[in-house]
Structures are given as structure tokens and as C-alpha cells.
Design a protein. Structure first.
Length: 234
């Protein structure tokens, strides 16, 4: 079906707008591409935020020239599909390079990157560069690495401290000493508080308090005989 002049004008207007907005453009020959593969290509590019346009090469060249791009015959060889990327300079090159590997019928011819017309080799080289999102993710991962390491060190220190406390309690039990709390296991579990961290000091304080209270009991025993007869000397 022949394309009318009005339809050509409409296509030209659309191409001009796409070239004006695009950050990156890729030209690829699609000779022998099946209908199903073409649908897969369009769907994949659309999902990546890209636009794919097939039009007469004369219209593509005219629309590109309006934006200051002089497309060579090498770039426009064969039936050409144009992929436009609007948010990133290299996403279009990356996605088209992926599809060129998947579908042998697709052949990269060149593109427009950073305002310059480039050849096939340059498009492939740009396709190997990580996208802006990937670079940002790597940067954030590097920036968060020290914080992650700090958290890991904190967890390691806490685990080590718990092991030391448990080993100390097991040593006391093995030495014949009674458990810190002679209650049921449930009560022992509920009674664990941060104050138990300094176990040696608590044991010393308890021992000291027992020594202080012992003389009071002995005084009471000595006072008791005074109420009766004094003890006779032997």
C-alpha cells in the first residue's frame, strides 16, 4: 500500500521529534527478521523505555539532518530500523547489541551518541559500558561497604562476648560451684540481665557481704550467755 504525502509528513514530524529528544540512537539492519522476532524486539525495546521506528531511509535522513546529523550510506545500508533512547546515551546500544546476538538477522550499522554520528564498532564498544543505573548501584554499594563492615564487626563482638560469658558460667559449674540462680530453668532464663555481665565482681560483692554479716551472728551468740551465769573457766 502506497504511503500518501500526508502520511509521509506525519511520519517525518514524528521522526524529527524523536531525533530532537533522543540521547542515543542506533541504526540496525533487520533483513530477514521474522514477524514473531520483530514483535519480540519491539516489546523488549518498549519495556526498556526505548522506541523503535521503521521508515523510508529518505525520511530518516531528512529528519536527522533537521537536527544537524548527516547520516552516511554505511550507516543507512539495507532495510533500517531506528532505536531511540531518551533517558540514557547507551541503553539503546546495549539493548540492540543484546538482540543482535539473539537474532542473527539483526545487524548493527551505527548510531548517534553524545551528538555525534558513530560507526558499528563504536556502537558495540558503547554497548559494553555499564548503564548509568548499574554504575550508580555499584557506587552506592561501595559507599555502603564501610557501614556494612561496621555492622558485621559489631555483631561479631557481641557474639564473642556472649560466648565468653557462657564459658565462664560453664567453668564455675565444672568447678563445683552452684549456678548463679538456684531456680527453675525458666526463672534463670528470665533473670538474665545486663548486670550479670560482670559476674566476677558480683560474686566478690556477695562474698564480702557474707563476711560482714557473719560477725553480727557471732556477737548474738556471745551476748546470749550473759543473760545467765557466766561460763566457768576450765
Amino acid at each position: 500500500m502506497a504511503v500518501t504525502k500526508a502520511q509521509k509528513d506525519e511520519i517525518l514530524v514524528g521522526l524529527k521529534a524523536q531525533f530532537a529528544r533522543a540521547q542515543g540512537v542506533v541504526f540496525a539492519e533487520f533483513r530477514g527478521l521474522s514477524v514473531n522476532d520483530a514483535q519480540t524486539l519491539r516489546r523488549g525495546l518498549r519495556d526498556a523505555g526505548l522506541e523503535y521506528k521503521v521508515a523510508k531511509k529518505t525520511l530518516v535522513k531528512l529528519a536527522a539532518k533537521e537536527q544537524g546529523y548527516d547520516l552516511t550510506n554505511d550507516v543507512m545500508e539495507g532495510p533500517i530500523g531506528v532505536t531511540f533512547g531518551f533517558d540514557d546515551e547507551i541503553v539503546a546500544a546495549q539493548k540492540m547489541a543484546e538482540f543482535a546476538k539473539k537474532f542473527p538477522a539483526i545487524s548493527l550499522k551505527g548510531g548517534i551518541i553524545e551528538g555525534k554520528v558513530v560507526n558499528e564498532a563504536m556502537v558495540k564498544m558503547m554497548a559494553s559500558i555499564p548503564s548509568r543505573d548499574v554504575l550508580l548501584a555499584k557506587f552506592m554499594g561501595s559507599a555502603m561497604a564501610p557501614l556494612t563492615g561496621f555492622v558485621g564487626i559489631g555483631n561479631s563482638l557481641l557474639s564473642g562476648f556472649v560466648r565468653v560469658v557462657n564459658a565462664y558460667q560453664e567453668q564455675r559449674v565444672a568447678g563445683g560451684e552452684a549456678a548463679p540462680v538456684a531456680e527453675t530453668p525458666v526463672a534463670v532464663a528470665e533473670a538474665v540481665t545486663p548486670a550479670e555481665v560482670e559476674v566476677p565482681e558480683v560474686a566478690e560483692e556477695v562474698a564480702a557481704s557474707e563476711e560482714v554479716e557473719a560477725p553480727a551472728e557471732e556477737v548474738a551468740e556471745e551476748v546470749a550467755p550473759v543473760e545467765g551465769d557466766e561460763p566457768k573457766e576450765a
